[in-house]
Design a protein around this ligand. Structure first.
Ligand code: KIV
Length: 286
């Protein structure tokens, strides 16, 4: 899909791409298996999508927006309305990456029909190409149902944050043989059901490698292994927006410190009446 922007730049801060390009497609992502690793970041807003899009293959509108954007304690309270609003913003801010929107907790687990209704709403209201949902073998029927009806699906196994209440926390998974075997069979089930990629979160490295070797679709690791077919991180984590980050996150910047320093300089200028200066102040024409 290519996107042509008709944004009025005299009234909008949005910066459209000057020449529309063809967007990557779901089949192109699937074809990455065993090739150059897929680059995936989360995005929740239009401006961030514009900045990340040229560097990514996939932009994930993760339900992590619950914590990152809304300050919620987990992803459990995230709603379809939130996902649709942020999904549409990310699609508006991108022209190259495949945009995938997370299905929030409670919007898909009851039945394949419920999942179809929610996923169809997401695709219609956002323009995204695909959805992601959490769960292993128990969600295979739903993945097959959606895939067969034109809704591409990414699976998400291992540490599944929407199951935090059942798991009892966010600890790495697959440390025992039995748990590793269960997660591997989850991966196989989701793959056989037609997922075009699988996010593998918070598992020990040998399991991530075994899953990557066992499935036909690309695996996208987060806290998993460099041997996955791609990597994803929460954008605010990798930018250094939070004081505490999980062990598997590498901070590629310290943006929180830079924002704080800029706000400090602004406050000093305002209090000293050195902002606004002559360059930022209108005078009558004479
Ligand atoms: O919600 C999210 O951001 C995610 C990624 C961490 C994979 O699911």
């Amino acid at each position: 899909m290519s996107t042509t922007y008709t944004i009025d730049t005299s009234t909008s801060r949005a910066h459209p791409t000057p020449s529309p390009v063809r967007r990557l497609t779901v089949p192109a992502i699937r074809d990455h298996k065993g090739k150059q690793p897929l680059v995936v970041l989360t995005a929740y807003t239009v401006r961030m999508a514009q900045l990340l899009d040229p560097h990514c293959d996939l932009l994930l509108v993760g339900d992590s927006l619950g914590q990152v954007i809304y300050g919620l304690p987990s992803t459990i309270p995230v709603s379809l309305d939130m996902m649709c609003a942020h999904g549409a913003a990310v699609v508006r801010g991108s022209w190259h990456s495949v945009v995938v929107v997370d299905m929030p907790f409670g919007s898909y687990e009851a039945s394949p029909a419920q999942a179809f209704e929610s996923a169809a709403r997401i695709l219609k209201e956002t323009g995204a190409a695909a959805v992601k949902l959490e769960g292993g073998a128990v969600m295979a029927e739903t993945v097959a149902f959606l895939s067969a009806r034109g809704i591409p699906v990414i699976g998400h196994i291992g540490l599944t944050p929407q199951a935090v209440n059942a798991l009892g926390g966010y600890a790495a998974r697959g440390r025992s043989e039995a748990e590793a075997a269960k997660i591997l069979s989850d991966a196989r089930a989701i793959d056989a059901a037609g997922a075009f990629a699988i996010v593998v979160e918070g598992v020990v490295e040998p399991l991530a490698i075994a899953i990557t070797e066992a499935v036909a679709c690309p695996t996208i690791g987060i806290g998993a292994s460099a041997q996955c077919d791609g990597q994803v991180l929460v954008i605010d984590d990798m930018l250094g927006m939070f004081e505490r980050v999980p062990r598997f996150v590498k901070r590629f910047d310290d943006v929180a410190a830079r924002i704080s320093a800029a706000a400090e300089r602004y406050a000093a200028d305002v209090r000293a009446r050195t902002f606004p200066g002559p360059e930022q102040t209108y005078q009558p024409k004479n």
